[in-house]
Design a protein around this ligand. Structure first.
Ligand SMILES: [Zn+2]
Length: 501
């Protein structure tokens, strides 16, 4: 509009930039059927270039060439038809300003001035809105990637300066062992038949029940992934939330004890929210990032982790520690399971307080729990087939209220209005027969203990046979010296009791 004589040239230059940057996303979409994101950049820069070119060779199909040609041809035809817009210089200026105002100025004004958001959040929001379009997908993806990478590197640098755990002793030193910690997502144990739910949502775990220790009274401290797992995987707890970065983590502890360590995740990696988790993953020896979606609620199945898990088990290292982080039953529930697991379709087994829409949501959640049952039991079977001295613990990071609590209107989690459903997590343990040999593993008397997952690091150390100066047996779920204590939930400025001895 502003330079009508240069219309062809300007649209041509813009066109070439859009065309070139879109080729990468288009190719990625052809291969994975997914949008390009900062997580993809993370994986690309993580793996070496030889690997990337192998990828291209492996995935490139002849029909993609046709897609590229069509993509180019349509763009070229559009460009040929571009005509200068006949406007006076003054009108051209007005129209250009209106377009700029509508796309950039007004949304910025709305967020920054009217809603009073910080400048950082305002820019963030603008980036999120730009991201789906070319060439911003690459630009924003790269900016976010480098910002989070910087954060992560400073967190890692901080972690590497920590002194090791004092007087770490290993009761099982020299014995081969494979220890697996499976972290679930948004699974409320009250929706598992293993815990008495009246729909058969966990048939496979139900069947192996006598091989499992099923803990009935475990609560997560926070209803949000990062905040909950920060306390699960470090010495931080509800009384000492600042210890996340001040003391060695569970991952550091296992490495110090001589384990080869693996992190396999089906959650996103380098998003703003997940940087802490990716930092944790980087404290391990081997990482497998299986989910590159731009949004956490896109379709993705947890069977993604099977292959890297098998690979880790096949590794010859005699002592292995594997963390598997699942998407579990995260929203949107119907994106968590393939069609074969769509078993709960009507209101059978449900109370009649629910309307049609609620029944639909609960059904998708229960189907996701059913798929999660398949994933967990498959992981146990895979580990069991190895016949090693091995142990697996599965727990969810937090629960989820799926219209469970009267008056049955709450879907999801809200720390301000805590309900048991948001915090009631499954915690189960499986031990191989080789593990049980020579180890004190009868936990029958412990399964009803009230426990917060924020003290889990003590339970894990205890299970692994580790002790150290600051080890506190009274905080271990599986120790005879365990003592009941208040189970706190909520943020540090608004804590509430779930249990008080
Ligand atoms: Zn979560």
């Amino acid at each position: 509009m502003l330079f009508p004589k240069k219309t062809k040239l300007i649209s041509g230059v813009i066109g070439i930039i859009l065309w070139a940057s879109s080729l990468l996303s288009l190719g990625y979409f052809c291969i994975y059927g997914q949008e390009f994101s900062q997580s993809v950049l993370f994986i690309m820069f993580e793996s070496n270039t030889a690997e990337s070119s192998e990828y291209v060779a492996q995935y490139f199909k002849w029909w993609m060439m046709l897609v590229f040609i069509a993509h180019t041809f349509v763009a070229y035809m559009l460009w040929r038809r571009v005509q200068p817009i006949a406007l006076s210089q003054k009108n051209a200026l007005i129209f250009s300003s209106v377009i700029l105002a509508l796309t950039i100025a007004i949304p910025t004004f709305k967020d920054y001035v009217i809603k009073g958001k910080s400048w950082e959040d305002t820019v963030d929001k603008l980036q999120i809105r730009l991201e789906p379009a070319e060439p911003w997908q690459l630009v924003v993806g790269y900016l976010q990637y480098s910002e989070q990478l910087n954060n992560m590197q400073s967190l890692l640098a901080q972690n590497s300066k920590l002194p090791p755990i004092k007087n770490l002793k290993d009761k099982y030193e020299g014995l081969p062992s494979t220890l697996v910690l499976v972290l679930g997502e948004s699974t409320n144990r009250q929706h598992m038949s293993l815990y008495g739910y009246n729909r058969p949502t966990t048939p496979k775990l139900d069947k192996m029940k006598d091989q499992l220790s099923v803990f009935n009274n475990v609560i997560s401290a926070r209803p949000y992934t990062i905040e909950a797992l920060e306390q699960v995987l470090t010495f931080a707890d509800q009384e000492h939330t600042d210890l996340v970065l001040k003391k060695p983590s569970l991952m550091n502890m296992m490495k110090q004890a001589g384990y080869k360590t693996y992190w396999i995740t089906n959650q996103q990696t380098i998003t703003k929210r997940n940087t802490m988790l990716t930092t944790f993953s980087k404290q391990m020896d081997v990482q497998h990032y299986m989910n590159n979606s731009r949004a956490q609620n896109s379709r993705e199945y947890d069977a993604n982790v099977f292959e890297p898990f098998q690979e880790a088990l096949n590794d010859e290292a005699p002592r292995k520690f594997i963390i598997i982080h699942l998407l579990g039953t995260h929203m949107k529930y119907n994106y968590r399971y393939p069609p074969a697991f769509e078993q709960f379709k009507d209101n059978a087994g449900l109370s009649d307080v629910y309307d049609g829409h609620q029944v639909e949501v609960i059904n998708t959640y229960d189907n996701a729990v059913l798929y999660n049952d398949y994933v967990i039991s498959h992981l146990i079977e895979t580990l069991s087939a190895k016949n090693n001295r091995s142990l697996m613990v599965y727990m969810s990071d937090h629960g989820e209220d799926v219209y469970d609590t009267p008056p049955h209107q709450m879907l999801g989690r809200n720390e301000g209005k805590p309900t048991l459903a948001m915090y009631a997590v499954p915690l189960i343990m499986w031990q191989s027969s080789a593990w049980k040999n020579g180890t004190n593993t009868n936990f029958e008397n412990f399964v009803n203990r009230p426990y917060s997952t924020s003290h889990f690091i003590y339970t894990w150390a205890d299970l692994a046979g580790l002790s150290f100066d600051e080890f506190d047996a009274t905080k271990s779920l599986v120790n005879p010296a365990f003592t009941e204590r208040p189970v706190w939930v909520g943020s540090s400025d608004n804590k509430k009791f779930f249990h008080q001895p």
